[in-house]
Design a protein around this ligand. Structure first.
Ligand code: URA
Ligand code: CA
Length: 431
């Protein structure tokens, strides 16, 4: 088999055979096929697309390029949730204890990563004592006994994807539905999920700027999952403004606690129920999505979800009293209000830019070496569609320094107040 023939075939719009896709991924992973040939193929795929069969083959070839996590020692159907990335996205912290309270195993492997705030592990580490340095055996035991545990990501998963993603990044081929879908799905499958629920974001803070593109990506990922034997569902949700009120690590832990008490922001609660009901349904703990949603609401009303969160924190060395005393979470030294400079209705609050403002305060990492400040971040006091009077606070900055001029400038440049505006639609569909 010759790489040049494979490139030519895709260039001319033909379908690649399973063995050809495998040849490319294996050869690229072990260094036998050079970057320039894979770049040419990625560009051909960008223009010519891939069939459902090719997409499934590409995904599985990437899964098999490295180690995979075996969760078979954990009883029950392991449903994983994945978000394509948002600002102030607190859903994992809510959903993990919420679905575990319904006896669904939550075996979460998480990373720290770069971004506007830390990842799930960083957020949880704002709880004193909480740690994820547990052995694989402890992890499995915790999930079997308590239905929930979090461990740091380890192992060399999907090396082909790492290499290909880096190459796409510098060859203008990131934004291709078959390549994005196979990239994301390969990582979830390698991490051992039996079933997958996807939260595909759309809007300013997201990869997919329009709802149509996001629906297309969601359909592509659901099709891959179902074609390779992993039941998959998706929700398409708004990310034109940050989700909920909190953006920041300990601030989001507090927001998750509020939501588990049934007192969280309305959009966060609605999205958690939309994703949670798919998780419960795929875990076969309900016969319909309606029944699944009812069970989730009951777990919140009865306090079982909140109890599960306390149990989870204590199991991993954390202080569960933060649930009843959120003031014991790290607190920033300064709270600085951001007054509206004019009255009207909030028309725009650009999600990724407000996320960057939180990062400037120290809530997220710009590079792998950056230190995170778990206490800092931004609390929204208004959201799109809310009326505001001149001088009224739009947001509260939680900072550990007095001078936040740069952050204020970023915020004012990305909030627009108009005469009329409506709250954006949160859910753009389900697949
Ligand atoms: N996120 C991924 O993991 N892969 C892509 O290709 C795009 C976004
Ligand atoms: Ca939030």
């Amino acid at each position: 088999m010759r790489m040049v023939d494979i490139i030519e075939k895709k260039r001319d719009g033909k379908e690649l055979a399973t063995e050809e896709i495998r040849f490319v991924i294996d050869g690229y992973t072990n260094g036998q096929i050079p970057d320039y040939q894979v770049s040419a193929l990625a560009m051909a795929i960008f223009f010519r697309d891939m069939t459902a069969r090719e997409r499934a083959d590409l995904t599985m070839a990437m899964v098999e390029s490295g180690e995979t996590i075996d969760l078979s020692a954990i009883e029950g159907i392991k449903v994983d949730k994945h978000s394509t990335g948002g600002v102030g996205d607190t859903t994992t912290l809510v959903l993990a204890p919420l679905v575990a309270a319904l006896d669904i195993p939550v075996a979460k492997m998480s990373g720290r990563g770069l971004g506007h705030t830390g990842g799930t592990i960083d957020k949880l580490e704002s709880i004193a004592g909480f740690h994820v340095e547990i052995t694989k055996d402890e992890f499995v035991k915790l999930v079997n006994e308590h239905k929930i545990a979090v461990i740091g990501q380890s192992g060399n998963l999907t090396p082909a994807d790492k290499k290909l993603y880096a190459l796409r990044d510098v060859t203008a081929t990131v934004n291709s539905i078959p390549l994005i879908a196979s990239s994301i799905m390969s990582k979830k499958i390698a991490a051992g999920a039996d079933a997958i629920v996807l939260d595909v974001k759309t809007g300013a803070g997201a990869f997919m700027k329009t709802a149509e593109e996001a629906v297309e990506l969601a359909k592509a990922m659901v099709s891959i999952g179902n074609n390779v034997g992993r039941k998959t569902m998706a929700v398409i949700s708004d990310m034109s403004q940050p989700l909920g009120f909190a953006i920041g690590n300990s601030l989001e832990v507090q927001e998750a606690i509020d939501t588990l008490k049934g007192q969280g922001p309305q959009d966060l609660e609605e999205l958690c129920l939309a994703l949670g009901r798919q998780m419960v349904y795929l875990a076969q703990k309900a016969d319909s999505l309606e029944e699944a949603e009812e069970k989730l609401k009951e777990a919140i009303r009865s306090g079982r979800a909140l109890e599960k969160f306390k149990e989870f924190i204590a199991n991993q060395g954390g202080d569960p009293s933060v649930v009843d005393h959120p003031e014991r979470l790290p607190q920033a030294a300064y709270r600085i209000e951001v007054p509206a400079r004019q009255g009207g209705v909030v028309a725009e609050m650009v999600a990724d830019e407000i996320g960057t403002a939180a990062m400037l305060l120290g809530a997220g990492r710009a590079t792998k070496e950056s230190e995170i400040d778990l206490a800092v971040g931004i609390m929204l006091n208004k959201k799109i569609g809310d009326s505001v009077q001149v001088g009224e606070s739009l947001m509260t900055i939680h900072a550990n320094r007095e001078n936040v001029d740069e952050v204020l400038e970023k915020i004012y440049a990305n909030v627009r107040i108009a005469e009329h505006a409506e709250a954006p639609v949160l859910l753009h569909g389900v697949v």
